[in-house]
Design a protein around this ligand. Structure first.
Ligand code: A3P
Length: 306
């Protein structure tokens, strides 16, 4: 079977202690050799934390005014490539034979300054050049319950992910860390710990962005050393609102071939607390009990409602 054939779903396997699929490991050597530049900005997260939301905010902060055509002609996943992805794609005009899209090559070819690069890698998998170049990193984190719900719907619609199966077994797998990019618990804790020794890391919470997007944009600007005008910030805040992003074809992934929009949407619900529509009372109790055992660091706190 051709493993780049999008009609079959990939298998999860153990990769240096983390569950992964070949779509994120096949290009491993190039990923590890990736040459970061000092002004690169990395947006890191466990999947479904609001990565694209933050990517879009950063893209508008840096390039919203200087290259307006970028906003109308280049999909966000090309503007802010995922470093580790390797997937087939159909290039317009190339007939029916797919090319291979390698995130590391896309990132290499970006001619913006800074380059905005996205990753879902756990901290221990990061190419060392990002640390050597002391790049600025924005880590996006979202509470576990909404993350697992969002991930479930995403995997239902995304053929480059394993088949999620039914909700209750999916939730069990999440608790066991048997998800693409591994354990949510290890991921958020690993990057949180890194923040203690690496000051160029800004840790941002999805729930805070929902609560007050303007305040979080201010914090991002402070971290990045940017000082847009009040009007510009207000314009950005408006553009990145859920409804506007949902209908923006350069943002909503409608041009991405590996997703089935009949099943779900990439920009799906955008709420804190949607987990309540999915967890049963018993599932919630079991989840909370397990969570307490795994999340021992009192300095890392998530909100599951606002
Ligand atoms: P839901 O599935 O809960 O709706 P990522 O970009 O990391 O894959 O995260 C996707 C999640 O972020 C989805 O969550 C998506 O709807 C949400 N999201 C994207 N843009 C958003 C916005 N402007 N406001 C609120 N949520 C947003």
């Amino acid at each position: 079977m051709d493993k780049m054939d999008l009609s079959s779903r990939p298998e999860l396997f153990d990769f240096h202690g983390v569950s992964m699929t070949h779509y994120f490991t096949d290009n491993w050597e190039n990923i590890q050799k990736f040459q970061a530049r000092p002004d690169d900005i990395l947006i890191a997260s466990y999947p479904k934390a609001g990565t694209m939301w933050v990517s879009y905010i950063l893209d508008l902060l840096y390039f919203g005014q200087t290259s307006p055509e970028r906003q109308t002609s280049i999909p966000i996943y090309t503007r802010v490539p995922n470093l580790e992805i390797i997937v087939p794609y159909l290039q317009p005009g190339s007939g029916s034979s797919p090319q291979i899209f390698k995130g590391s090559e896309m990132a290499d070819k970006l001619h913006t300054s800074p380059r905005l690069i996205k990753t879902h890698l756990p901290v221990q998998f990061m190419p060392k050049s990002f640390w050597e170049q002391n790049c600025k990193i924005v880590y996006v984190a979202r509470n576990a319950k909404d993350s697992v719900v969002s991930y479930f719907h995403f995997e239902r619609m995304t053929k480059i992910n394993p088949d999620p199966g039914d909700w209750s077994s999916y939730l069990q797998r999440f608790m066991e860390g048997k998800m693409v990019f591994g354990s949510w618990y290890d991921h958020v804790n690993g990057w949180w710990k890194k923040k203690q020794t690496y000051p160029n890391l800004h840790y941002i919470f999805y729930e805070d962005l929902i609560e007050d997007t303007g305040r979080e944009i201010d914090k991002l600007c402070c971290f990045l050393g940017l000082s847009p005008s009040a009007e510009e910030k207000e314009r950005i805040r408006g553009e990145v609102q859920f409804d506007n992003m949902k209908k923006n074809n350069m943002i909503n992934h409608s041009t991405f071939r590996g997703m089935d929009f009949k099943i779900s949407s990439f920009i799906r619900k955008g709420k804190v607390g949607d987990w309540k529509n999915h967890f049963t009372v018993a599932q919630n109790e079991e989840f909370d009990e397990d969570y307490m055992k795994k999340m021992k660091d009192p300095t890392l706190q998530f909100h599951t409602k606002i």
